[in-house]
Design a binder for this molecule. Structure first.
Ligand code: URA
Length: 236
């Protein structure tokens, strides 16, 4: 059993709030009986009608890869009215981002309306590596490299650094570009790793998520995932 407004929203018909309005207005019936109480529950197999029209509970599953620009928030909506990753994608389905990138982080983010897929990707047991390119203030020295090799403790938990590579040391601007691959998905994890090592990340881009990369997508551009890519995440 699930709350009626949730079933309606999950079908993609409208938002949960709008569904609540429809219920209180007496426009929704379950198996022929009008339901006006907001706490009411129903089954996904029940016949739900809105204004006499049967609700289509077959949701089309969608999967997108977006190159997230800077100053875009990784959520479905934002109370401060900032642009969200969902705003950038032209769809009528209720998609959401799989995990988060910080407001000022750019790069590869996946969005879907398939909850099983999102859970599968975010489950730590699936060990999906994510690669980031970080611009660091300062020059990363041998001592810091050794620390990275041994893994860095952030908030009492060691982060295993799967791989890293110094891309460039700019001795004029006193910055280092480093790519770093981790499995961890904690918020601000890359910034916190370098913070622990005494460095500040001044720019951060996610370049890879598992076997996916940004390809030719420019900032703000997106593409659907292929069936082959979706299956590959399940090991098929
Ligand atoms: N690590 C961070 O610090 N920020 C991100 O957006 C992603 C990983």
């Amino acid at each position: 059993m699930e709350r009626l407004q949730k079933i309606i929203a999950n079908s993609g018909y409208c938002s949960r709030r709008k569904a609540e309005e429809l219920i209180t207005q007496g426009k929704v019936s379950v198996n022929g009986n009008v339901v006006r109480e907001l706490g009411s529950k129903a089954n996904y197999d029940d016949v739900i009608e809105i204004d006499g029209v049967m609700l289509n509970k077959e949701v089309k599953k969608e999967y997108f890869l977006l190159n997230k620009p800077r100053n875009v928030i990784s959520s479905v909506s934002d109370e401060k009215g900032r642009t969200t990753v969902v705003d950038l994608i032209d769809t009528n389905e209720r998609i959401y981002p799989i995990g988060r990138l910080d407001y000022d982080t750019t790069g590869l983010i996946l969005l879907t309306n398939d909850g099983d897929f999102a859970n599968h990707l975010m489950h730590p047991k699936n060990n999906i590596p994510k690669t980031y390119l970080a611009k660091i203030e300062g020059i990363i020295d041998k001592e810091t490299i050794d620390k990275l090799k041994n893994g860095v403790v952030v908030d009492g938990k060691k982060v295993n650094i799967v791989d890293f590579k110094i891309k460039k040391r700019d001795l004029d601007k006193i910055t280092t570009y480093i790519s770093i691959t981790i499995i961890e998905g904690r918020n601000h994890i890359v910034k916190n790793i370098f913070h622990e090592l005494g460095f500040e990340v001044i720019k951060l881009t996610r370049t890879n998520y598992g076997f996916l990369d940004l390809g030719n997508l420019k900032s703000g551009e997106y593409r659907p995932l292929t069936i082959k890519e979706i299956k590959k995440f399940y090991g098929n």
